[in-house]
Design a protein around this ligand. Sequence first.
Ligand SMILES: CC(=O)SCCNC(=O)CCNC(=O)[C@H](O)C(C)(C)COP(=O)(O)OP(=O)(O)OC[C@H]1O[C@@H](n2cnc3c(N)ncnc32)[C@H](O)[C@@H]1OP(=O)(O)O
Ligand SMILES: CC(=O)C(=O)O
Length: 550
Amino acid sequence: MPLRLRPKPAEFHVYDTTLRDGSQQEGLNLSVTDKLTIAGYLDELGVSFIEGGWPGANPSDTSFFQAMAHGDLVLRNATLVAFGFTRRVGMRAADDPLTAALRDSGAPVACVVAKSHDRHVEQALRTTLAENLDMITDTVSHLRAEGQRVFVDCEHFFNGFLENRSYALECVAAAAGAGAEVVVLCDTNGGMLPPWVGEIVAEVSELGVQLGIHCHNDTGCAVANTLAAVDAGAMHVQGTVNGYGERTGNADLVSVVANLELKYGWPLLPAGALQEATRLAHAIAEVTNVPPSARQPYVGLSSFAHKAGLHASAIKVDPNLYQHIDPAVVGNDMRMLVSDMAGRANIQLKGEELGFDLSDRDLAARVTEKVKEAEAAGYTFEAADASFELLLRRELGDLPELFTVHSWRVFTQLTHDQQTDTECTVKITARGQSQRVVGEGNGPVNALDHALQLALAPAYPMIEKLTLVDYRVRILDQGHGTDATVRVLITTSDGRRGWTTVGVGQNIIEASWEALVESYVYGLLHTDARVAAQLASSPTAPAQPVPAGV
Ligand SMILES: CC(=O)SCCNC(=O)CCNC(=O)[C@H](O)C(C)(C)COP(=O)(O)OP(=O)(O)OC[C@H]1O[C@@H](n2cnc3c(N)ncnc32)[C@H](O)[C@@H]1OP(=O)(O)O
Ligand SMILES: CC(=O)C(=O)O
């Protein structure tokens, strides 16, 4: 059925405010270097405008604009924007130091935030409605006369429109009349819903002014509200990468753009740039140090992860049966999850992903059964791809015995000087060499890890390159207190990539040991040249082994 879609306007702006509104998010703090790095990524993504911050408001924003003017980063796609507010009450724009900071920022565009809600003018600015209109006109005219392009963000526009429609419209008209290229209608408190935004934007469009939209996500509708505004005539969308921003954040610009490119069919970014969206969104998250949400639309780790057996069985026939787009279009990947909800198809597809042929229905059914039994006992393979591969290899008879553990023991004591020290003894045979080794550590897992490494190093010297990088414990049967069953997930790295293994037990040390041993077995299989050669000569060797990542 053909859907109603607005044709792309002749001019359309993708405006990013990650560096300004995004950095208003609680816990998100950017240095000048961070800002330059993020600006580089945004430019690579190909947004039309990058709002760099508020020059004059704080030293790091001022320095950022100085660094940009100095050529520390040269933008290839985007135009830099400096953000600020209208001149102060009772001043001339030409005399206001913050207007001067905008003018002198070196940015070709200034985005000026203006009050457009009468109550805000009277209560927050504590001035008259007429003075606020003059502040808008004076500031925009001054900056235009000084040669800057000007956009105006009308703060609290939607609430203002609902309370005093004619005044809100007067603010838009004043901005446009003074030379603002785009007047951006802001849902500053984020309380709007798509039908309201659509209706109001359509009505404001009648002024014949180029309109933009800036939405916050307080109703969970920031992206939907942005699209409603676009449908009603907006030609400029503001948002932030990963939806960063004040309170619940801003419209996620990647979702907005992906929707417009892929659903509306509007080319907005340079050719090929959307395919970099997942990489760039994650790279930006690395700089902001805010863990990316796995469930983020389009670019999240789970955006194309399939868990349910029914889904996988259809995906085996055609991935599009359970996906709204091809993940590659946004640079993401389909992932098959293995869990107790898996059917044969999940296991076959996951096996294929790892390079194993599980087309044999009986074999796939056997592995599925094993997975379900293990998951019922508390194991989880969704988060532990490496343990799933080992389970698969065991079932295929394709797991050589790399070492035999005869015994292990852990001993923690409080010393006379009130320190605890922990010692672990393991007895292991590896490549025909039997050893009894003692490892020390600051706790039992650390000591087990040291002892295991020491015991394996003579037979497998490369084991020293493997490091435990993450350790997570979870109680499975809450309410059992200290005799509960626990699940341990361990992530190990060889310096280039990581993998996760799982152990389960009523004894936390036993569960840790299991996960630890699995992590070293997996590590040796994938990093020790002699083990790899041994595997390659095995009759059930996978066609092209693909290491599982974390
Ligand atoms: C909706 C938004 O998110 S807009 C972006 C908001 N971002 C920020 O506020 C971050 C950067 N802000 C700052 O560093 C500071 O607030 C500054 C430098 C801008 C101003 O600092 P101060 O001079 O100490 O003022 P303060 O922050 O306490 O109050 C804001 C002042 O601006 C006035 N003001 C608010 N909006 C506007 C506006 N659109 N135009 C002109 N003046 C305004 C307020 O009435 C208040 O005036 P007052 O000092 O006479 O009370
Ligand atoms: C301008 C802005 O950030 C807002 O109104 O939310």
